[in-house]
Design a protein around this ligand. Structure first.
Ligand code: 3H9
Length: 709
């Protein structure tokens, strides 16, 4: 294997340049660790070297962390312990080198990458969007274990460090500078020069002055009572957020607290033993699988053959400037830098849409996610009108009007006369088959679905729905644009409800049925949040909108028959003007935008009487297994191409618990024969809709799996 490091000495400064051969990112593999140690030994013993600079020569990647592939191969806690100890040894070697080291950070500096940088004496970051800095370990079900839980709080204060470690969300170079993680922020073009100067200054005995966090933070960290307060409130927050399903943030919290109380060495010991436990746990295994599935999807065009070149979308048309259309527009401008032209039926509607989109941009500006310059540059990219002006230039048009087949058809027919021949036409429908929308068009080959989820800025998934006639060029254009908008994209076969709503519909119907049988809203919701969903199904109905859910369930019922029969109450609730959160009335009461308690009137309208005598044990299996059964049926029909896409769609689109790996992965964990038995019992008790589908039964018989072994 060729070397990852190139080392040279110039004017007393050793340059350690990292570029891991044949890999898209720099990562700390076993071999890199060994080589790094050798290079450091040499640097330490070379009398000509007074200081060093660690820099990456791989574009976009400083160090993306420890090699996640190696975690998957760990077979025991002991092995995991040995791995983490060798990582810690490397970082300790760097921290105690006896010569000052500068980390010149350009590109992703994550996990073990940041831990390496933290062990250096001084950090300089290149101000570039690719420079992201953070400790994302908890997202993989582990904790920063090469000193991250020790050195980050010592550098920026416990509170700020916990914010970063517990959420696992990387920050920009600019934010890292503000937090005090990096000492200097420079233009990428002068990174080398500034690093060299800093190394020379450090070599001559200069000591950088740092202010740890705000004054309040320092006071809190230095005072045991204040510290206890910070940790207990962080623990409460974590438990509230994770429902106790994700042990990694709690472990990280423990490691930070222990280290601050008992010193660095003790902190490192605890990091190592917690890492060893977590790295081989099923939760971490599932989260790591989700990471690799997501990265694999970044390169998968959803085609069985070599993809054609996608059309670059510089100009996007959006028909329908309602909340969804406006949010799609805002994200397209912010993330993809596309110019967006809205069209709606009258000027007030266009105006409202523009207002919503501009507000979203302003919010990002206020949160510091857009600079003032970017905000000024991007805002004028939003425009709109009642006519088709500007659509002739569009590379892609997304229709986002309400779920009415006739209206959508009319819009697509009109669009054909307005756009150029290469323009791709997409519908943001959540349930209506795309082929039906495309019927009668001159060019159905450029029509597809782009199903975004609300809120568009936050939800990570995009379903791109292709019909039998959709041309590959249209598919890749939609997929590429979805990625530019920051989405994980799955390509899904056209059918009612596609993938996400196909799974969601029977689940929400069943929740409605439970309600009518007398199970309380709180019981239904709590049961599912305990299982690991971020919100329960009744809360979800209020969030999605009861009118939207009703329309979708009507389409699904017509398409799939009895097993998708919606419970009667939904219609009556919408007739009462209860549309959920957006109308400030639904299953819950709302006050000033805040959700309050369950509205007893909603029970009356659906004809339900919450009854403590109704057995509760079946609530979870009924809700979970009806979804699992539908997932296997839809997979069998080829709605998604494979189990990986199906699991990612369910985790990112529905909030299926990530630590369970997704519905299909979870079925494997339960065992297919056991799942069939559970469904059969439920079918006997509650009806035909639970009868296990043929594919599940046959797979249980043959022992086949959803994933390759
Ligand atoms: C850690 O550090 C633990 C320590 O605290 C303690 C240890 C003792 N390992 O995403 P992309 C691969 S835990 C292995 O498409 P982008 C990725 O799979 C680690 N592989 O590019 C893909 O492979 P392929 C903490 C990695 O530009 C390729 O690189 N670090 C790793 O959209 C390109 O990736 C993290 O959690 C890795 N660490 O995004 C960071 N990183 O081409 C995880 C990347 O074969 N990584 N790959 O499909 C990321 O967040 C993104 O990949 C990154 C680049 C932002 C770096």
């Amino acid at each position: 294997m060729t070397a990852a490091f190139t080392a040279r000495v110039e004017r007393g400064i050793a340059w350690l340049e990292l570029d891991l051969p044949a890999e898209p990112v720099n990562k700390i593999t076993r071999a890199v660790r060994q080589e790094f140690e050798r290079v450091l030994d040499k640097l330490a013993s070379d009398p000509d070297v007074r200081a060093g600079v660690l820099i990456s020569r791989k574009t976009g990647s400083f160090i993306a962390g420890a090699d996640i592939d190696e975690f998957g191969a760990l077979e025991s806690r002991e092995e995991a312990h040995a791995l983490v100890r060798s990582g810690q040894a490397l970082v300790t070697r760097l921290a105690t080198l006896g010569k000052p080291m500068v980390a010149a950070i350009s590109g992703a500096c994550l996990g073990g990458g940041l831990e390496t940088a933290l062990a250096c004496t001084y950090r300089i970051a290149a101000d570039h969007p690719k420079t992201v800095i953070g400790l994302p370990e908890v997202q993989l079900g582990i904790l920063p274990a090469a000193g991250g839980c020790q050195r980050l709080p010592r550098l920026i204060g416990a509170r700020a460090a916990l914010d970063m470690i517990l959420a696992g969300k990387p920050v920009s170079a600019r934010r890292a500078r503000r937090l005090g993680i990096v000492d200097e922020l420079v233009h990428p073009a002068i990174l080398d020069r500034v690093a060299e100067e800093a190394a020379a200054r450090l070599a001559s005995g200069w000591e950088p002055k740092r202010r740890r966090g705000g004054l309040g933070d320092v006071a809190l960290d230095d005072n045991p009572l204040g510290r206890r307060l910070v940790f207990s409130s962080a623990r409460k927050q974590v438990l509230k957020k994770t429902g106790g399903h994700y042990p990694a943030p709690l472990a990280a919290l423990q490691a930070v607290e222990h280290g601050m109380k008992h010193g660095l060495e003790a902190g490192l010991d605890l990091e190592a033993s917690l890492f060893a436990e977590l790295a081989v746990s099923p939760v971490s295994r599932n989260l790591v699988r989700i990471f690799f599935a997501t990265t694999a999807l970044k390169k998968d065009w959803g085609l069985p053959h070599e993809p054609p070149e996608p059309r670059t979308v510089d100009s996007l048309g959006i028909v329908g400037a309602g909340f969804m259309g406006a949010s799609i527009g805002a994200v397209a401008v912010m993330k993809a830098g596309a110019s967006v032209r809205f069209k709606d039926r009258d000027l007030p509607s266009v105006g409202r849409g523009l207002l919503v989109a501009r507000r979203e941009l302003a919010e990002q500006r206020e949160r510091g996610r857009l600079t003032r310059f970017e905000h000024r540059r991007l805002s004028p990219l939003l425009s709109g009108g009642v006519g088709w002006d500007g659509f002739g230039r569009a590379d892609l048009v997304i229709e986002a009007v309400f779920e009415d087949l006739g209206l959508k058809r009319q819009i697509f027919a009109d669009l054909e006369g307005q756009v150029d021949d290469e323009c791709v036409l997409a519908s943001n429908t959540s349930t209506i088959p795309i082929a039906r929308i495309a019927e009668g068009l001159r060019r159905p080959d450029r029509v597809l679905g782009m199903h975004f989820f609300s809120p568009v800025g936050k939800m990570p998934l995009l379903e791109v729905i292709v019909t039998e006639r959709t041309a590959p060029a249209a598919t890749v254009t939609a997929v590429a644009f979805g990625r530019r908008m920051g989405k994980t994209v799955i390509v899904v076969r056209d059918s009612p409800g596609f993938w996400v709503n196909r799974l969601l519909a029977p689940y929400l119907n069943e929740a409605g049925r439970l309600l009518q049988e007398g199970v309380a809203v709180e019981t239904i919701d709590r049961t599912m949040t305990k299982y690991g969903f971020p919100v329960g199904p009744i809360t979800l109905l209020d969030e999605v909108g009861l009118d939207v859910a009703l329309k979708a369930s009507t389409v699904m019922h017509a398409a799939y028959g009895d097993r998708m029969t919606p419970p009667g109450g939904l219609q009556r609730l919408t007739e009462d003007g209860r549309l959920g959160r957006k109308s400030q009335r639904g299953f819950f009461r709302y006050e000033g935008g805040k959700r309050r308690e369950v509205d007893m009137a909603a029970y009356e309208i659906v004809g339900a009487h919450p009854d403590p005598q109704v057995p509760r044990d079946d609530v979870q299996p009924r809700l979970v297994y009806i979804m699992l059964n539908e997932a296997v049926r839809a997979l069998d029909e080829g709605v998604v191409r494979n189990a990986r896409d199906g699991d990612i769609g369910a985790v990112f689109g529905i909030g299926f618990p990530a630590f369970r790996g997704g519905p299909l992965r979870y079925l494997k964990e339960v065992g297919l024969a056991q799942a069939v038995a559970t469904l059969e019992t439920l079918a006997q008790q509650y009806g035909e809709r639970f009868v296990p589908c043929e594919r599940l039964v046959s797979m249980a018989r043959t022992g086949e799996g959803f994933y390759p072994q």
